[in-house]
Design a protein around this ligand. Structure first.
Ligand SMILES: Cc1cc2nc3c(=O)[nH]c(=O)nc-3n(C[C@H](O)[C@H](O)[C@H](O)COP(=O)(O)OP(=O)(O)OC[C@H]3O[C@@H](n4cnc5c(N)ncnc54)[C@H](O)[C@@H]3O)c2cc1C
Length: 373
């Protein structure tokens, strides 16, 4: 007979595992149920850009959460590297956004203006500033965001898995069929032919969260393909973004190029057209990459929330919680998401910021979006 844990987390991606670590550190017994392996889906597929300033389009709760996440990231990285004894490829080298057209330049100028008014750092670069800082980039005017960072998600997930195991989180490979409720209270989850009970249940199944959260959230998959090249010397020092695409240089000469955005349901095919468009975009940004070696291509499903924000917090069903819908920014937002959700699960007073991410808010926004269609 397996003793019921205080908390069962469904989904072993970055959101489920970071939450598991934090809950365990607060003394709860925690089991993560993952159908495949830790980091099997989006969390290992991601490029690893940590970019509140380019990813969030306006001041508000999402920017507050993203900036909080970025501020705390270096210590999250240090914690995981200490626990795992391995580097997770963290770099705080900043991000360059190229002005690929007059329209892009105008949008970036507006972004820089409101961000500066909030005290965030953004520098304007001429074409010669760019050539001096990144000689391999094709000439462009650009904006430089010096505080943006990057990490290697695959390594992060390995380190996070180890940190969880060391802390005493239990992992089980199992596919959850449904959440089992009795009179509006979640009492456990159903596996193949087994009921597993727990004090609290958290659905953190990324793009698959709508299937389990019993009306608690709407999450849709957005397919993204990526390519990795290897260059003899390090061609770029910063993350470079242009026209919706990006190049992320790793410290050892690898370069990640991303990413497509496709609504193809749960299909995850890497296509000739996808790879071709990524390579074309990358060579336009950095022509020197034409000589780089093709290493691999892969893809993942971003958990997109139509409300524009992740859903974090208790659902309408007692003892059932959700942490899902982090779309393009789950690597960045994971530690801040866990910090926001832990008090609710412990029964402590929630932070005011949680209010803006409650699943009930997300559902209202989704309904509004549907009504407007
Ligand atoms: C191409 C691409 C590029 C990205 N780039 C970035 C980036 O640069 N920066 C950034 O911050 N974010 C990025 N992201 C987004 C980020 O990867 C996601 O937001 C984040 O990984 C979501 O984490 P998750 O734990 O919610 O989901 P996932 O990592 O998808 O984990 C969900 C887990 O649940 C498991 N599961 C599903 N159903 C069940 C079930 N019934 N029972 C048991 N287990 C189940 C799955 O196997 C999976 O392991 C990118 C994503 C993609 C696809």
């Amino acid at each position: 007979m397996v003793r019921a844990p205080d908390c069962l987390i469904v989904g072993g991606g970055i959101i489920g595992c970071t939450l598991a670590l934090r809950l365990r550190q607060r003394g709860l017994s925690v089991t993560v149920l993952e159908r495949e392996r830790i980091g099997a889906e989006a969390s290992s597929a991601a490029a690893g850009i940590l970019s509140p300033q380019l990813e969030v389009d306006a001041p508000g709760p999402l920017l507050d959460l993203a900036l909080r996440a970025r501020t705390g990231y270096p210590s999250f990285v240090a914690e995981l590297e200490a626990a795992s004894g391995q580097s997770i490829g963290f770099a705080s080298s900043g991000l360059i956004a190229l002005c690929s057209s007059d329209a892009a330049a105008a949008t970036l100028a507006t972004r820089a203006e409101w961000q500066r008014s909030l005290g965030l750092r953004v520098d304007t670069w001429t074409s010669s500033d760019l050539s001096r800082e990144e000689p391999a980039c094709a000439p462009h005017r650009a904006w430089y965001f010096p505080d943006e960072m990057q990490v290697e998600p695959e390594r992060l997930m390995q380190a996070l898995g180890r940190a969880c195991v060391q802390a005493g989180v239990v992992f089980e490979i199992a596919e959850v069929r449904r959440v089992v409720c009795e009179r509006e209270v979640a009492i456990g989850v159903e596996l193949d032919r087994q009921l597993r009970t727990a004090g609290a249940i958290v659905v953190a199944t990324g793009s698959w969260s709508s299937q389990l959260a019993a009306g608690g959230v709407v999450v849709e998959p957005v397919h993204g393909q990526l390519v990795e090249l290897r260059s003899g010397s390090r061609p770029l020092r910063h993350v470079v973004v242009s026209g919706g695409g990006y190049i992320v240089p790793r410290s050892d000469g690898r370069v990640v190029i991303g990413a497509t955005e496709e609504r193809t349901g749960f299909a995850k095919a890497v296509t000739a057209q996808g790879v071709e468009s990524l390579l074309a975009r990358a060579l336009a940004i950095c022509p020197a990459l034409a000589e780089a070696k093709f290493e691999r291509a892969w893809s993942g499903l971003r958990p997109f929330s139509p409300s524009g924000r992740p859903a974090i917090g208790p659902t309408a069903i007692n003892r059932l919680f959700v942490a899902a819908g982090h779309h393009r920014n789950g690597i960045l937002l994971a530690p801040a998401t866990a910090d926001l959700l832990v008090p609710s699960i412990l029964g402590d007073p929630p932070e005011p910021l949680l209010q803006a991410f409650l699943p009930s808010f997300a559902l209202r926004q989704d309904q509004k979006a549907q009504d407007e269609r």
